[in-house]
Ligand binder design. Structure first.
Ligand SMILES: Cc1cc2nc3c(=O)[nH]c(=O)nc-3n(C[C@H](O)[C@H](O)[C@H](O)COP(=O)(O)O)c2cc1C
Length: 346
């Protein structure tokens, strides 16, 4: 009930400042045992009826946090306190990156949307892997961690597979599954790697290293032509891809109303997320689900705000769900609300 008030205050700040401030606040809350227990009671949902196994990993509940929120794996305990069943860290790149110049994250409140061109800002593989190793050694936790991996901006596309392999080796011990991100619109040329030959090269190299059979998924853009989706479906028959994440943000600004299209122009390039993305990403999910005929699981990402949105993704073929923009607009109750809805509508 308090979140709309808090959100109004946070929305007076630039988005990245609000993000750091709220995560700092959560860290403080988590460090105080009484507050931590109260918050856990408030936000966690005992979802034993919703726990499920996908690609060999047991998820305590199907509601996860999408990649790009905790890029550096710095807030996992705090996010677990809020009830997430899993968190996808990253996108991690082999070398640290500052990302694009600020401002690079914009709100469109009347359509519950965001536009971002962060550009894979992250502390780099070495620091992130070290942080995860320390956490693993010192924390008892059921939280499932996905490792979303990408290439550095300076790496040529022809060598991209090497960056994915470096990330894989560095994170293998400390994540439960991997996601190959070739679908961010904010690294020049990255989305060209969604083409079949490039994907084949990346996945072949990764699976060659994958002696312990760690699940490796592919995250896709919602803007792919049907023929490109068909190629990916065909590739899942040919090479081991353990699941799909549908979808990343869109570059399609026609999903905004006319007024916001004008505003969006002023914000410049970037990926659009949130409510306007819901339908488009669900269409891609449906198409993929039909094409792969349930052979591999799909994680739905794109515009999930409510239990009904989550249900529509599951009806379209999703096995797991990820939220991002919904978390900003709806607040931390979103996880429990979705879990309660899913339990009631099973
Ligand atoms: C600020 C911001 C940063 C993001 N960074 C990443 C990223 O680093 N890697 C990635 O795969 N997706 C990234 N995403 C995409 C989200 O994980 C998600 O797929 C997308 O926003 C659609 O979901 P939503 O409508 O619930 O936000 C980012 C999204 C936002 C808003």
């Amino acid at each position: 009930m308090l979140y709309p008030l808090l959100r109004n205050s946070l929305f007076m700040l630039p988005p990245e400042t609000a993000h750091h401030l709220s995560m700092g606040g959560l860290q403080l809350a988590h460090s105080l045992p009484f507050v931590k227990n109260q918050l856990a009671k408030q936000f966690q949902y005992n979802a034993s009826d919703l726990s499920k196994t996908c690609f060999g990993v047991r998820f305590p509940n199907p509601v996860g946090l999408g990649a790009g929120f905790d890029k550096n794996a710095a807030y996992l305990n705090e996010l677990e306190m809020l009830g997430f069943g899993f968190v996808e860290i990253g996108t991690v790149t082999p070398k640290p990156q500052a990302g694009n110049a600020q401002p690079r994250l914009f709100r469109i409140p009347d359509q519950k949307a965001l536009i971002n061109r962060m550009g894979f800002n992250n502390e780099g593989l070495e620091i992130i892997a070290k942080r995860l190793k320390e956490r693993k050694a010192t924390t008892q936790s059921n939280l499932i961690i996905g490792g979303n991996i990408g290439k550095n901006k300076v790496t040529e596309n022809a060598d991209a597979w090497k960056d994915y392999c470096t990330n894989f080796v560095g994170l293998e011990e400390v994540v439960d599954y991997f996601v190959v991100n070739v679908s961010s619109p904010n690294t020049p040329g990255l989305r060209e790697l969604q083409e079949k030959e490039s994907l084949r090269k990346i996945f072949a190299a990764l699976q060659n290293l994958n002696k312990n059979n760690k699940p490796i998924l592919l995250k896709m853009a919602p803007d792919l032509e049907t023929s490109a989706l068909d190629d990916i479906i065909a590739l899942t028959n040919e090479i081991k891809i353990d699941g799909l994440v549908a979808t990343n943000t869109t570059i399609d600004r026609s999903l905004l109303n006319t007024m916001n299209q004008e505003k969006g122009k002023k914000m410049g390039a970037g990926g659009l997320s949130g409510q306007p993305l819901l339908e488009k990403s669900t269409e891609v999910l449906k198409y993929l689900h039909k094409g792969i005929a349930g052979r591999i699981p799909i994680i739905a990402s794109g515009g999930i705000f409510t239990g009904a949105d989550a249900e529509s993704k599951i009806n379209a073929g999703a096995s797991l769900l990820q939220i991002w923009t919904g978390f900003i607009y709806e607040g931390p109750m979103i996880v429990k609300n979705i879990c309660q809805h899913l339990s009631a509508h099973k």
